[in-house]
Write a protein that binds this ligand. Sequence first.
Ligand SMILES: NC(=O)c1ccc[n+]([C@@H]2O[C@H](COP(=O)([O-])OP(=O)(O)OC[C@H]3O[C@@H](n4cnc5c(N)ncnc54)[C@H](OP(=O)(O)O)[C@@H]3O)[C@@H](O)[C@H]2O)c1
Length: 213
Amino acid sequence: MPGLTAWAGITQLANVGEGDTVLVNAAAGPVGGTVGQIARIKGAERVVGIAGGAEKCAIVTDTYGFDACIDYKIDGWEAELKKALPDGLSIFFENVSADMAITALDNARTYARGVLCGLAAGYQVQSQDRVPNPLPMGTIIGKRAQLFGLVVYDFYSKWDEFAGEAGKWIQDGKLAFAEDREEGLENAPALFERLMNGQNRGKAVVTVSPEKA
Ligand SMILES: NC(=O)c1ccc[n+]([C@@H]2O[C@H](COP(=O)([O-])OP(=O)(O)OC[C@H]3O[C@@H](n4cnc5c(N)ncnc54)[C@H](OP(=O)(O)O)[C@@H]3O)[C@@H](O)[C@H]2O)c1
């Protein structure tokens, strides 16, 4: 499912191709890491990730082959991001928050495309604590940006096309993925907590053997 989400957003909505510069956050995760790799396979010129911490950034560059990864937990990361995108971005893929999307838009070229996929930073915030994020209409208009809302369920009819492409890329060693596995339903809550704290390392998967189910 995260693979289909990544594939759908970057190929079907953003229509990534040669010459694109792509920015994606939660880049060490299953969606973000796959977005960057598919972008590269489809001819993107430059792929930059944002992730939390040096260990995650190492996965993004060393395992997933991004050109650069910015650790947003370090002071001054926004200046580092600008340096990593000297000519701006043509596509951003948003997994985390409206604030991050605004930062991406600040670095966008004119006619940039943005895929709005997820709001991971907001999933644990109580509704009464949510701060409304003003949509930067002037920036969107000024950049002539196109924003696409992504819902993966709309793309299940394209599963075979996705699986055909992705399966070949995995076989050819062009597409890497990681799973954070636990055995047994009793270990699901701890894994879920790690996921919600951003501490998972890959797609969170719980294996339940039939005799224990
Ligand atoms: N639109 C759709 O149909 C669709 C389908 C599937 C998934 N999604 C969305 O796609 C996004 C990525 O999914 P994924 O499965 O690949 O997730 P993931 O990357 O494994 O986990 C979410 C990541 O968000 C980052 N994050 C940033 N701020 C956070 C905060 N305050 N609390 C928790 N995490 C925070 C963390 O990475 P860092 O530490 O690197 O910041 C965390 O690891 C999620 O937003 C998910 O909901 C959307």
